[in-house]
Design a protein around this ligand. Sequence first.
Ligand code: RRO
Length: 305
Amino acid sequence: MKTLQTKFCNVTFPSPLISVSGIVTSPQANAVLAKEKGIGAITWKSVSLRERKSHPVPVVVPYSSGYINSVGLQNPGLEQAAKDILHIKKQIRVPLIISIVAFQISEFYPLALGVAKTRPDFIEINLSCPNVDDEAGKPFGTDLLMTTLAIQEVKRAAGDIPVIAKLTPNVVDITEFARAAEEAGADAISAINTSGPGLLIDVSKRKPKLGHKIGGISGKAIKPLALRCVYEIAKTVNIPIIGIGGVSTGEDAIEMIMVGATLVGVGSAIFGVGNSIFPKIAQQMQDIMEKHHIRDLKSIKKCID
Ligand code: RRO
């Protein structure tokens, strides 16, 4: 049996397959997911300084090529999240990545400091949230200066905890943002967050299917976009990458590693299949490795010119 064990930022992961932020939201459900065979790490739903309620339902809608969502950054806020994290940390044996989200640059330092006190293995900065510092309401991750400032603030608070910058694909040149993230001190990059936003219409009701009308596109539809982004980022920076977007099979995961990812995020497929998607993808990866004489995952990483 080929090993899937993977080193990422000097932390050992039992598998490169990790849950992405925002799919499994309740603390206890994450503790259950962490026990699944083939899972390498858990990523927590983005935490903000203060509690946020969800957008009007439905907040996630499936369609023929994936999903669109507009959950609205629903989370209980830092104080409650810190208690939840400390409680769940005792129950899980895989690395824990805590995602954070802020609406002004000045929020990042106190937020990251509060999260760092819970001693997660990683802090991930979600740079694709609405940015109320900016009148246009753009996510931080579409502005190079904001990307730099957000990462610098989180790095200042995180101490020895490695920081991952989660990039949005909704920019003209994602490599500029990857370079800015590396130069600002990010220890790793995750890419991509949802694409779009998109819109689906219910013809019978003559209205949008999502309660919030528009939302991020995920799942199968964005796999080629994610592969292209990871490919370009891997050519640009020297820090490791978590490849995210439309992964639901072992072949998808191997493709992500071939274009330069070290870890591979699984998101929408958890909605579709449930927690058993992890042992399923892990087994398929091992079968592909056997069939194609792949010694280990390191030997195929970034093998595409
Ligand atoms: O909560 C959301 O609506 C959400 C978040 Br924080 C995110 O990062 N990406 C997304 O598609 N939805």
